[in-house]
Design a protein around this ligand. Sequence first.
Ligand SMILES: *Cc1c(COP(=O)(O)O)cnc(C)c1O
Length: 403
Amino acid sequence: MRVNPNYEKLPGSYLFAEIARRVKEFSAENPQAQLIRLGIGDVTRPLAAPVVAAMQAAAAEMLAADTFRGYGPDYGYDFLVNAIREQDYAPRGVNLAFDEVFVSDGAKTDTAALQELFAEDARIAVTDPVYPVYVDSNAIAGRLGDFVDGRWNRLTYLPCNAENGFVPQPPTGKVDVIYLCYPNNPTGTTLTKEQLMPFVEYARNNGAVILYDAAYKAFITSDVPHSIYELEGAREVAIECNSFSKTAGFTGIRCGYTIIPHELKGVGGHGRQVELNALWKRRMGTKFNGVSYPVQRAAAAVFSPEGWRQCSDTIAYYLRNAALIRDGLKAAGYEVFGGIDAPYVWLKTPQDSWAFFDRLLSTAHVVGTPGAGFGPSGEGYFRLTAFNTYEKTQEALERIRRL
Ligand SMILES: *Cc1c(COP(=O)(O)O)cnc(C)c1O
């Protein structure tokens, strides 16, 4: 049996392994150093009380034969799908049909799997730096060619940097799929409607599809779109992935949802128009048996008034940390981006991003993430995250200021 040769082409999860190795080595040599981790890519605050209560009540229903539930619907229970339609989308003027919503176990699963809908030779574009899932899932499917000198030779990179104000331009050549993530991980930056519109136009003019990852939309405080469907014409060209992970602390509970409008079509045999919604239904029916009932009840409770209030408080806590990081870095003379509508702050480093990692670790005892790990355009930048406690974040910034 020959294995899928594309796995051997992957550069490996070098980034976090290398960070762990350097931190371990430093700690061994400096056992007295109190490290502060501002590289955490996971939420840390507990769940909202109504969310846990809903999960417990749903678990208790499993005890009685008349309320027991087995397999649920492939695409999500009515109560959750309707909560998403009525409380998440309708208030922004986006009306979704019931069967345009697909509940899943998370946005990583969906953003990684959606490439199955595209032809083997589809051309892919990503913003750079990038959340690695979009790239690796296409690399495994064999679409990206080979990884040479830090780049996939069949992938289109759309650079985002200080020079262009982190506003990417649509591809100049022809691509079939564009992955966008706003608010962005890792840069923490957003796009306005006007900055996003050229992508919708590109997709409409080129028969391309946009895969829009809105995992951080709950962190938005500025006047930027929460959904790509707030843009005219986006329903015909965009899929949108959402998650309860960052919105409501579900990274360990697992629940997300993807939107595929009926208007979105690709080209099938004999030039026939094919709804991607129908393909995804077929795919989910074959490969997925739904998200567990207690988890879907917990997710629906996020949209209850008290659930939403508590989740918003948690997001405000993280955003206060992000503001602390932004202000602290600015006071220390750094050029900073993001951190207003996202739990990530992206800063320009005075030296290469790994050298900066080492200096921050050895002199401030603060751990962050070198930008180079997120793609070629990440070099010269560094990511700090807002997921530590307020107190620890405050102390980390004091140390950085004293550098
Ligand atoms: C955290 C994150 C997600 C969420 O993934 P889940 O699988 O829902 O936990 C999605 N996209 C990006 C860019 C993220 O950073």
